[in-house]
Each structure stands twice: as structure tokens, then as C-alpha cells.
Design a protein around this ligand. Sequence first.
Ligand code: GLU
Length: 436
Amino acid sequence: MVRVRFAPSPTGFLHIGSARTALFNWLFARHEKGVFVFRVEDTDRERSKDEFLQEIISSLKWLGMDWDEGPFYQTKRLDAYRSYAQKLLKEGKAYEAEGTLGGEKAIILSMPKEIMVMEDIVHGKVTFDMNLQKDLVLMKSDGFPAYNFACVIDDDDMKITHVIRGDDHISNTPKQLALYKALGIEPPKFAHIPMILGTDRSRMSKRHGATSISEYRQMGFLPDALVNYISLLGWAPSDDKEVLPIAGIIKEFSLEKVGKTGAVFDINKLTWMNGEYIRAKKTEDLADMIVPGLKREGALNDGFDKGKLAEVVKLFQPRAKTIKELADSAAPFFTDVMEFDAAAVSSILDKDGVKQKLEAVISRFSAIDDFTAPALEECVRKLAAELGLKASELIHPIRVAITGHKVGASLFETVALVGKERSITRLRSALEKARP
Ligand code: GLU
């Protein structure tokens, strides 16, 4: 049975690259009906923090990745590492050395002087000249195991069949192969997946923008869109289909189809895909998603009008690219706190004659009983004709007065949803910014 693991070190937030490593392991496990193990590599006492671990766990759950076994903590398995290290010492395969970190002596493995070969599922045959390898620290003088040692002991104890990880770990593999050999155990299969690159094709880092899953969550990306997008970083289904639900990805996933070269992370493509997922969602579900944020900002209170929220979301669903954008667009329909876009004010409201136009609109809107989009449209077009104006000469200032922005969803539907009273209040307060 296939057994794979995701083994993060909790020394930072879940990075897009690590999330993709977790995802490929999880997809492979689910495709093969195998087991996905979650292991916490927390032996670096200086850099490991519980807050990072909690963030990693919540990001994995948010993305929808569940594990079958674990979390296992390396710091709870120190006895196992110590006894394997003692065994290697006794057999003369390892030796002790004075360390710098603490009281204990470090335990170090001698490297075999030979050529070692790794058969990698992604990279093919890779050979390593072990004459170039330095001896390998197994136990540090602080009494904790080094990464390469704990990793091999755990992969063996946890009966891992496939090690799927970033190809920045290829350089660790010869050391691990030497350890398997010294321990007399069969190594698992390896699949080293290529790094994620920024648009300049250098390794993706903060310089290229947001790198952690939490940041993408805050920016308003949907977990299923993000999973779909990152599954395509280095892998593609046979028909090159891009928008693919998770069940389809699981069904199609195979390590053989993972490419050797780095995959470029393209925020524009992710944003486009997120928009596609927004369009495919039920309006009510999207509305539920934006409620907590809108409440936090004070834009919604407990007794808010659910039907109206659904109407508002429906207005923006065809064009919104993120959940954040949807929430920002919805807020002005429920609150009187308005934010004016300065450029919209100077280019549209602060123009000769706008005050008279808005005054005329206020008096006509006040007389409408049936405050619906068609009635509003008819009213504005009629008024424009009477004043000898193009409809757009009224529509633009109305939009800025009511939404604070130059562009947005259909104006008449927007005004209808903002409602008569609130629309007129906003038009009146815009008079102060308008030029006579
Ligand atoms: N803790 C290592 C990391 O986060 C795991 C590497 C591996 O999968 O072997 O990079």
C-alpha cells in the first residue's frame, strides 16, 4: 500500500511551495487509495514555534487536505533516534565528536567512498559521488537529531513508500541513501518536484509578492481555486484542462506527469481562476462567506437583510475576482460610511454644472415610489433628454455620489439596492463635493 508523508518544519508559515508539496503527496495518496501521514519536523529548537505549526495546520485544513495518521512530532521520538545512533556507533559505522552546541558528544556517520544512484520518478537516474560528501551529523551535541537522520528513521518506521518533496532536497538524498545503507534498510522511492518560480524565473520568494497560504486566504482567494491552481504548478492532466474540480484532479493525478523544470507562479492566472470559481458558486454560499468580514468591519449588524445581501452579491458575482473584492463591493450597500475615490471626485464631481445635475436627480428620485432599476433608468434617461444631456453625463456623477467610485456594477441596480432613502442622503452629501 502507498504511504506518503508531509513533513514540514514549523519554522515559518505554510508557503505556497510547501502547500504544493503537501498537495502532491495528498493527491497521490488519494489517487492510490493509500495513506497520508502528517509529521512535524520540530527538532530545530531555536526556530520551531507552535504558532507556525498552528498556522500550518489551519492552512492545510482550509485547503481541504486531511491526513490519515499523525501529527507525529519528532521531539517526541528522541529515544528512537538515540537508539539507532547508538546502534550505528556500536557497529563502528558512526563515531563521536566533541560538539559546540552543548554537553553531549555529536554522533557522526562516515560516508562510504563510492558512487550512489538514486532513481527519481521525476528526474530519472541521478548519480552522486560520495567522495565529495562530508561525513553526516546524526545527533547534534544538543542531544537532538539532525534533519537527515530523523527523516530517514521516521520514513522507515512510518513505512513510507514514496518520498515526494521539493527538489531543493536532492542534495540531501545521497546523505540519506548512505544512511539507509548503513542501517541495512531499503530506501523508499523518491519524487523530487521542481521549485516554484517567480515570473522572472528565480525561485519564488517574498520579493515576488505574497508567499504564504494565509496571505492568499486574506486576499480573498477560495481554497478550491487555490488548490486547483497549485495542482497545475508542475503537473497537468492529460487533456490540459485547467479548471478541474478536486475529484477530477485526484482521478488524473500521477507522479509520472510531473515535469522536471520549475513552474512559474502567475498571480494573474490564479486571479482569473478564482473568478471562475466565484462564478460557479451558489450566490448564497458566497454571501455566507463575506458575512463574517463585513460584520467585523461594522458594515453588517446582526439583523441584516439576508435577501438584500444575496441580491447585492448576485450583482457583483459576474465580475468579482476575489472574495475580498466581493465584500468591498457589498459593504456600501449596508453602511453609510462612504469612501470616495479621490480621482473620481476630481474628475467627475468637481466639474462645472454637476451640482445642478445632482439637484435635479435628487428631486426626480424623491418622486419615485417604485424605486426599482427599470424605473430609475427610465427616470434618468428622461431627465437627460429634458436637460439636453447624454444619459452618461448624469450616470457618472450619480455613480460617484452613490458608490464613491467611477466604475462598478450596473448603476440602476446598484441604486435600487442601496435604496431610496440612503441614495438620496448620499446624493445630498455629494452636493458638497460637487461644483456649481
Ligand atoms: N522538514 C523538511 C522540510 O520542511 C522535510 C523535507 C522532506 O520532506 O524530507 O523541508
